[in-house]
Design a protein around this ligand. Sequence first.
Ligand code: PMP
Length: 378
Amino acid sequence: MSAYLDNAATTKPSPECTEAILSALQSNYGNPSSLHSMGLQAQLMVDAARARIAAALSVDAGTILFTSGATESNNMAIFGTAARYGKRARRVVTTTVEHASVRSAFDTLEAQGFEVIRIAPEASDAEFAEKFAAAVNENTCLASMMLVNNETGHILPVKAALTAAKKKNPKLITHCDAVQGFLKIPFSASDLQADLLTVSGHKIHAAKGIGALRYQKGVKLQPLLYGGEQEKGFRPGTESVPLIAGFGAAAEAMRKTLEPRRHHAQSLRTECIAQLLLLDGIRIHSPEHGSPFILSFSVQGLRSETLLHFLAEREIYVSSGSACSKGKQSGVLRQFGVPDALADSTIRVSFSAENTSDDIRMLTEAIAIAQKTLIHKR
Ligand code: PMP
């Protein structure tokens, strides 16, 4: 028996996704740009998937661009805005807790001469949003805040921050990396006041290598790539019809089950916290009202990597901090108030609809054994 508890890193493709991908590979393998009927068939598949992603975000299908994933969507949003609107407005505002694909893009803009303001989270959402908006001035072209932190599950006050930021500078372009919130917590793209919004396929039971950027009509981005007219010229190159179709199918299935999945995750998370707290030396880092899908905690006296491998030997799969950082500390935990000494022993478990109470029991029992055997041995 195994327990896959690393769903914030990636998820298992759903049957709907796999079926759509296979069908596109085996039967509908035309190029959407071809003028014959096979091309048209492929184009219809892309259109249907676009409508499904749009429905999941409660927006018009015409505002969805397919990309190779959230890393590309984030880069497209940040560099595309900076190149188009940043000639004179040289300031950009972001947070200190973003994913590497946002953080590194802003670091690069800074090296190019942009003034990058990074706002740290506050204990109160209102204060955080206020500080974020206060950093926006008339010379600011872009403000970006993630929706759900991938390491801790904190839900950031995106709507309040971006609304206040736009009030300060109506010309401002706003962006939200919504990867860990998409089809996990309810929101609509326009409600968040994000002109640009990033989502990824493989976090919602679609394949790796597919994502989308949603843009508010009227926002003009400088493309990262130049070529044909696909994706309105913003993202040229022959569309990955199989991955796009799979993304649409996965999103449609997930949209229909958002509420039961959210409640299921919430009860697993509550159960996991209760069982962990029966052990000694556990510190929970995730906030009570964070994403139900993510739980970050420390097992004091056990280094994350040691525990991660101990669990993997028992076919229990978790992350140390964030999977993207491959064991390297990102500094994000410290920003959320986790002392450095505990950051070293932090484990992130993340749930999906497929997890059960058995998985939680397997995890917590294995941690208890690890505490007895590994800590005792030293
Ligand atoms: N943003 C966040 C918040 C993420 O969690 C991830 C994936 N770890 C990404 C962006 C990057 O997504 P992708 O793998 O689709 O490039």
